[in-house]
Design a protein around this ligand. Structure first.
Ligand code: LLP
Length: 706
């Protein structure tokens, strides 16, 4: 029996001593976005769906994915694309199912307590089927259907009183459970519905429970229901559909066998055909369970009186199954233990203030050290979907892996998210005294910035604040104020304000400083992306050095001749985000920059936008010395990132310098990395330079005044 997906092979395997998801190293993702995190394998998800579909292919069932198992939009979208329908239990799930792209024609709606509003929403969407669980609910649906002039398709959910032999908390088909209708009651209602104008009885529904690993309860129930349907047909109620619910169990323990789905299908399909029924099923766990894991990091080891604890950074709020059901999840180290690794018996616990906050008790595991990553396996179902922010813990991010690629499909919540829906009541608003805004002053080659984490939206008027705090003699003093804010597209957003209060699009030095800041403050990892008004940029941090990805250069014009004050000057034009004109000189110090640069900057050849001007000297090897005159500043500046890039690329075309090129500017050294292709085409252009903290401080008063 295979445990997970694709040709019988799990999507989570050790390769080269590390746990991989498909072809991606999991610890690399954890390094980059931090832990705890949920991670899913695209391949496992698809394979689970195809396997189920394949097993039942003789009766082509409508497979309605049970959203409650994991309602992540991306995962739902993948399943919708494969042709799945959706099993929903609330207005919220209806909303998410539609957003994910499930066709309303494939949506079935279960649940013992549907509200009038939820029913109305579903009726307006004309969903495929309502699974009705009580007389009261049926009456309300009938009234609403009449108001909306609908004839609504309905299945009654039967409580078959069959023991599915699973955890008591996830049994649903026993007579003491709140779910479904007793058969006698159901019969009464079906007979009444024969004459209903607004309800069309179409099917029968049952759901025995969850994590069922034996096929007998299903067979017993299908038999019972088929008999019931035959009886009803004789009474003139002609049902077409049998919805057998979900509950298909998976193998949580290595040796435990999951439900034998092929066997189940081979036994059920003949019954379905014999009774000329159409089959609906509502799998949740079966599709997503083994496609997902939760990754956590060991914070501390602690020896109790009787036990050894490993305290990790995930808590019961992130994964509640062990606390709620005593559920077992296999634990794997991301670093593969050797065959001779010493073993130890531990309790794996989280940081939440509850004694039930544990993931494993008395578990025999290869010894792990503080800082190591662990994976809690088979947590793709009822993992994230049951997570909460208990103990004010932001919800973890979710990642989808496809082969060698991974995508963040839900960002980590930030503290701001914890209070997003709260409003402080008016009476309480003014009782808190003024507060201060912490900032960090950073400096990157030739520029200095004040950086503020504004994810909590503390700053109401950033322009006014920039004007005040950037002022050199009166306040902190800086070339700009950088605000780090939340982003839906990137790890975070950078907003940059000039000392005059205006907002700028982008600044390479600023981007390097804010990336360093985000790294030091644990907001992003060594690699991140930054959303700016000028587009999204990529960053990599190594110590004090920060590398940023540059736009593809364009509009190259080599050997342009300009006549200036009666003399001819030859140079080269290239746009590296902004326009640059490059002139080579044997000694840049001796160039009459003040005189020449303003003339070039406004030369008719560069109208209307003008150009920046760079004087470049090739010193030794791959080193250039560059002086830049910047448009806008209208003066020579200490350093200019786009100018350094333009100088290096033109240098590669005309003087044979090659990547990486060191560019010495007054403000310090920059390094340019690039790949040169055919036809003077450049790709993978990166700019690297220092970005370091000068000091930290607090801005007072402004918080109130600005
Ligand atoms: N259909 C109905 C009507 C259901 O109530 C459920 C699950 C399903 C389908 C999908 O069941 P599945 O195929 O995923 O077993 N939180 C628990 C499981 C609760 C299941 C609730 N109903 C756990 O973590 O084990």
């Amino acid at each position: 029996m295979r445990k997970s997906s694709f040709n019988g092979e799990s999507s989570f395997q050790y390769k080269r001593g590390e746990l991989f998801c498909e072809d991606t190293s999991i610890s690399q993702i954890a390094d980059e976005i931090g832990t705890p995190l949920y991670l899913y394998s695209n391949r496992a998800l698809i394979d689970n769906y195809e396997r189920l579909k394949g097993a039942f292919k003789r009766v082509s069932p409508l497979i309605c994915y049970s959203l409650k198992a994991n309602d992540n939009l991306t995962l739902c979208r993948i399943l919708a694309h494969l042709g799945a329908g959706a099993d929903i239990v609330s207005g919220g799930e209806l909303y998410k199912a539609l957003l994910a792209g499930f066709s309303p024609k494939r949506i079935v709606f279960a649940g013992v307590g549907k509200t009038r509003k939820e029913m109305e929403l579903a009726l307006r969407e004309d969903i495929f089927m309502f699974n009705i669980e009580s007389r009261g609910e049926l009456e309300l649906l009938e009234n609403l259907s009449s108001e909306l002039h609908r004839k609504t398709r309905v299945s009654l959910r039967i409580n078959p009183d069959i023991d599915p032999d699973t955890h008591p908390y996830v049994r649903t088909g026993l007579k003491q459970n709140k779910f479904g209708l007793q058969m006698e009651k159901a019969e009464e209602l079906y007979l009444k519905l024969r004459d209903s104008k607004n309800i069309s009885p179409k099917g029968i529904h049952f759901h025995l429970g969850s994590q069922i690993t034996r096929i007998d309860p299903y067979l017993k129930c299908v038999d019972k229901m088929a008999e019931f349907i035959s009886h009803l047909r004789k009474e003139g109620v002609d049902l077409e559909y049998m919805d057998m619910g979900g509950g298909f169990g998976i193998g949580y323990r290595g040796k435990e066998s999951p439900l034998d789905i092929e066997e189940l299908a081979s036994r059920i399909a003949p019954l379905i055909r014999e009774h000329e029924l159409k089959l609906i099923m509502e799998p949740g766990r079966y599709l997503t369970g083994n496609a997902g894991i939760m990754v956590t990091q060991i914070l501390y080891r602690k020896r109790g009186k009787e036990r050894q604890f490993l305290i990790v950074d995930a808590g019961m709020n992130d994964l509640i199954r062990p606390a709620l059901y005593g559920a077992y999840h296999e634990i794997k180290k991301l670093r593969q233990p050797s065959k001779t690794s010493p073993m130890e018996v531990i309790d794996l616990v989280g940081p939440v203030c509850e004694s039930t906050d544990f993931f494993a008790k008395d578990r025999n595991l290869p010894r792990s050290a503080q800082g190591e990553y662990l994976a809690l396996m088979d947590t793709g179902a009822y993992g994230f979907s049951m997570a909460s922010s208990y103990n004010a813990r932001p919800l973890p991010p979710e990642v989808l892996v496809k082969g060698e690629k991974w995508t963040l499909i839900r960002r980590r919540e930030v503290y701001r998210d914890l209070v997003r829906t709260e409003a402080i009541s008016l009476e309480e608003k003014n009782v808190i005294p003024s507060y201060t805004i912490p900032f960090v002053k950073l400096q990157g080659t030739g520029n200095d910035f004040i950086v503020v984490d504004n994810r909590a939206n503390l700053i109401k008027d950033p322009g006014a604040l920039a004007k005040k705090v950037c002022s050199r003699k009166e306040d902190v003093g800086a070339d700009g104020l950088l605000l780090l804010e939340e982003s839906q597209k990137a790890y975070f957003k950078m907003r940059i304000f000039n000392p005059d209060g205006s907002e700028a699009e982008m600044c390479g030095n600023g981007a390097r400083c804010i990336a360093q800041f985000a790294y030091l403050k644990d907001i992003a990892g060594r690699r991140c992306t930054i959303e700016t008004l000028g587009g999204t940029i990529r960053c990599q941090i190594q110590g004090k050095k920060v590398k940023i990805g540059m736009e593809k250069p364009r509009d190259l014009r080599l050997n342009l001749r300009l006549s200036l004050k009666g003399e001819i000057y030859e140079g080269h034009y290239l746009n590296t985000g902004v326009p640059h004109f490059i002139l080579f000189a044997s000694r840049v110090e001796e160039v009459a920059l003040e005189e020449l640069a303003p003339l070039i900057r406004r030369h008719p050849k560069f109208r209307p936008q003008g150009t920046n001007v760079d004087f470049v000297q090739v010193t030794k090897g791959n080193t250039l010395k560059v002086r830049t005159y910047e448009r806008g500043v209208e003066d020579e500046t200490l350093a200019c990132g786009t100018g350094a890039v333009a100088s290096a690329l033109v240098g590669s075309l005309t003087c044979g310098v090659s990547s990486p090129v060191r560019v010495r500017m007054k403000g310090g050294d920059l390094f340019i990395y690039f790949e040169r292709g055919k036809d003077n085409n450049f790709s993978q252009v990166f700019l690297e330079g220092e970005a370091r903290v000068a000091f930290e401080g607090k801005i007072s008063e402004e918080a109130e005044n600005v």
